[in-house]
Design a protein around this ligand. Structure first.
Ligand code: C5P
Length: 235
């Protein structure tokens, strides 16, 4: 079965604003493993759909774009991420709430999820993969070596997202953002395919009130206990 290869995979799933992205990046860097930002793929499908002028719920065309789109993830010299979609730099658009909302819409369509499955599994390469998303542990990598489900209170998640967007210079309103996040969470939790929920064998970490270093240290300790990497790695 795909996803049961010998490459070790650590899944970090959870709702918007739970800190998955930050924690996954830090753990991947500390361990020297590859990183899969699966949310970015759903965001890219939404952007590709908009760029192609697809209006409404044209599921087959979105699924075709999900299979065909050419995606390059990289880093700028200043350390910021750089993402290209079919050769176009979409780094800023990708992280907007519009792209997030579009992602959550296309992510509810089984054909789009199926179209992205192999792309996600193919990102498992030696020495290992940190997979960040909603269904990494439940669907994409059911045999992962370690599954983390990261949570935080809705208030804290909205506040984190608010700070993140503000730091990037976006004009944001906390009340509107809280509403958007609540809507997105509800859609992600209640959709028919791959709804957001912890895998039965996931370790749940509530990051409310914890700083990034504390959460990374917890994940690194869990990896040591599973013999995925040596003790003493630093974020
Ligand atoms: O994590 P991020 O905010 O980038 O994800 C955007 C949206 O993509 C989520 O709200 C969710 O609807 C969808 N998604 C998903 N499955 C994943 C990752 C993201 O359905 N594995």
């Amino acid at each position: 079965m795909a996803g049961s290869s010998s490459i070790p995979v650590v899944c970090i799933d959870g709702p918007s604003g739970s800190g998955k992205g930050t924690i996954s990046r830090a753990v991947a860097r500390a361990a020297g493993w590859h990183l899969l930002d699966s949310g970015a793929l759903y965001r890219l499908v939404a952007l590709a759909g908009a760029a192609a002028g697809i209006t409404g719920d044209d599921v087959p065309r979105h699924a075709a774009l999900a299979r065909a789109m050419r995606v390059e993830f990289g880093w700028r010299p200043d350390g910021d991420e750089q993402v290209r979609l079919d050769g176009r730099d979409v780094s800023a658009e990708l992280r907007s709430e519009t792209a997030g909302a579009g992602a959550s819409r296309v992510a509810a369509w089984p054909e789009v999820r199926a179209a992205l499955l192999e792309r996600q599994r193919a990102s498992a390469r030696a020495p290992g993969l940190i997979a960040d998303g909603r269904d990494m542990g439940t669907v994409v990598f059911p045999d992962a070596s370690l599954k983390i489900f990261l949570t935080a209170t809705p208030e804290e998640r909205a506040l984190r997202r608010y700070k993140q967007l503000k730091d990037k210079g976006s004009a944001v309103n906390l009340a509107a953002l809280s509403r958007e996040i609540a809507e997105r969470d509800l859609r992600d939790r209640t959709r028919q395919v791959a709804p957001l929920r912890p895998a039965a064998d996931a370790c749940v970490i509530d990051s409310t009130g914890l700083n990034v270093e504390a959460v990374v240290a917890r994940v690194l300790d869990l990896g040591v206990a599973r013999r995925l990497w040596p003790q003493g790695l630093k974020a």
